[in-house]
Design a protein around this ligand. Structure first.
Ligand code: ADP
Ligand code: ADP
Length: 224
């Protein structure tokens, strides 16, 4: 990821909010980076742009060697479903679908056939140690189990990049550490991770902390 002088402005009626103000960040393949900063500094906006869910108003965003800042929604969606997995604070599982079906969804979007889907979903459920709950619904699981399902969903398409937004925010410390351990293992297997967090403890699992303030980076701390 190479972001240069990225700008994002939200316009609502007569108010303009500059959420990203010429932000420049580089994340190398295989890195694990934590993004920290006070509420309102632009972390979610940055994750939305990195995740190709939203487009910037100015600046450059190179992803995997391609300039994607001006991609339209269709091209962004195509790149997103092949390369990016998301993990959220509130898990964002679909309550009407079983564990298996939730994890299968990204593969349906990718057009993978049903036999191959079954194989791949079972491999990740096994890896996340949640296989025994494959036919349960999210509301029947603990928070820690739900986040393991969400991590399984994020990795089932073998993404190059995982974006995590406060992944332990709704978990107690033991489940939180377990999720951080899972992210660490995925990173050790080569997946790049960018994680927004308010937790200095969680940030210590990363290689580097990018600290933001008012839509800009203020400091970067190398941890390893
Ligand atoms: P945090 O990053 O601390 O988890 P949020 O991302 O929930 O906090 O919100 C950060 C800030 O952005 C808050 O000030 C919130 O009011 C504002 N915000 C988030 N979404 C919107 C929105 N859709 N419209 C207006 N303001 C928003
Ligand atoms: P953070 O995630 O660090 O809390 P955000 O990226 O959510 O910060 O917000 C950055 C700034 O942009 C804040 O001032 C917030 O109020 C504003 N903002 C975020 N989303 C919207 C939106 N959809 N409409 C208007 N303003 C927004």
């Amino acid at each position: 990821i190479k972001i240069t002088e990225l700008e994002k402005i939200y316009r609502t009626e007569d108010i303009e909010t500059s959420a990203l103000n010429k932000l420049s960040i580089e994340v190398k393949e295989g890195e694990f980076v934590a993004v920290m900063g006070p509420s309102g500094c632009g972390k979610s906006t940055l994750l939305n742009i990195l995740g190709l869910l939203d487009d910037p108003d100015g600046g450059s965003f190179m992803f995997n060697g391609i300039e994607v800042a001006h991609f339209n929604e269709r091209k962004r969606a195509d790149l997103r479903k092949r390369n990016i997995g998301f993990v959220f604070q509130s898990f964002n599982l679909i309550d009407e679908l079983t564990v298996f079906e939730n994890v299968e969804l990204p593969l349906i979007y990718l057009g993978v056939d049903s036999a191959e889907r079954k194989k791949r979903v079972e491999v990740v459920l096994d890896k996340m140690q949640i296989m025994h709950r494959r036919n349960h619904f999210p509301q029947q699981l603990s928070g820690g189990q739900q986040q393991r399902v969400a991590v399984a969903r994020a990795v089932v398409n073998n993404p190059k990049l995982i974006l995590a937004d406060e992944p332990t925010g709704n978990l107690d410390s033991s489940n939180g550490n377990e999720v951080m351990q899972l992210l660490t293992e995925l990173n050790e297997q080569g997946t790049t991770i960018v994680m927004v967090t308010h937790s200095e403890h969680d940030a210590r699992y990363s290689h580097r902390i990018i600290r933001m303030l008012d839509g800009q980076t203020v400091t970067e701390n190398l941890l390893v």
